[in-house]
Design a protein around this ligand. Structure first.
Ligand code: AMP
Length: 203
């Protein structure tokens, strides 16, 4: 199993690279941002509560996103232990965003006798992120992409609460940083090389 955490601030290109990675490695894409937006679209209670925080550029509580990931991992396990898994693994996009989320993910994966293979961080400076997100806001339809102050708050949340997650994986020797500025295919190839290195190292 390849279980990849794709890490980086909002606008780093995690969604774009995830799309390519799921095809290349036959992975299931788990994006907590996407899962929360579908709860909002469905008008659920959870969605309504999450929306209030998302609209302010703030993180939603750990237990909410951990619960969603728990559910999705369970949903995607082979029905019987003897059944050969049809998926190559999972790609975690926008999760974990805090150290307690990272600890919970390790714990959840251990229940399925698996673990994170590696965490690849896409590095992009703050001003470039703001430029990219404002541009994305012209077409994404996401309210949190359309206001510079809100975008700055999201980047600040990342710097304050999410960056320490890199150290968490660093302590497990599973952190690698890649330049997230440049050609999409070149960045993709750099991620693939790191996956290969991590996979060989794990054998
Ligand atoms: P994203 O699509 O990953 O940029 O996430 C959009 C918004 O959803 C974030 O600004 C947070 O409010 C919320 N969110 C997504 N994932 C998480 C997470 N793992 N922990 C807390 N909040 C999250």
């Amino acid at each position: 199993m390849l279980n990849l955490v794709l890490f980086g601030p909002p606008g780093a290109g995690k969604g774009t690279q995830s799309e390519k990675l799921i095809k290349e490695y036959n992975l299931i894409h788990l994006s907590t941002g996407d899962l929360l937006r579908s709860q909002i679209a469905a008008g659920t209670e959870l969605g309504l509560r999450a929306k209030q925080l998302m609209d302010q550029g703030l993180l939603v509580p750990d237990e909410v996103v951990i619960g969603m990931i728990d559910y999705k991992l369970r949903e995607n396990q082979p029905a019987a232990a003897s059944e050969t898994p049809t998926v190559g693994g999972f790609i975690f996009d926008g999760f974990p965003r805090t150290v307690p989320q990272a600890e919970a993910l390790d714990h959840l994966l251990a229940q399925y006798d698996t673990k994170i293979t590696t965490m690849v961080a896409l590095v992009v400076d703050d001003e470039e992120l703001i430029r990219r997100l404002l541009k994305r806001g012209e077409t994404s339809g996401r309210p949190d992409d359309q206001n510079e102050e809100l975008i700055r708050r999201r980047v600040m949340e990342y710097n304050n609460k999410t960056k320490p997650v890199a150290d968490y994986y660093g302590q497990q020797d599973k952190y690698v940083a890649i330049d997230g500025i440049g050609d999409i295919d070149t960045i993709f190839e750099a991620i693939c090389s790191e996956i290969k290195r991590a996979d060989v190292g794990a054998e």
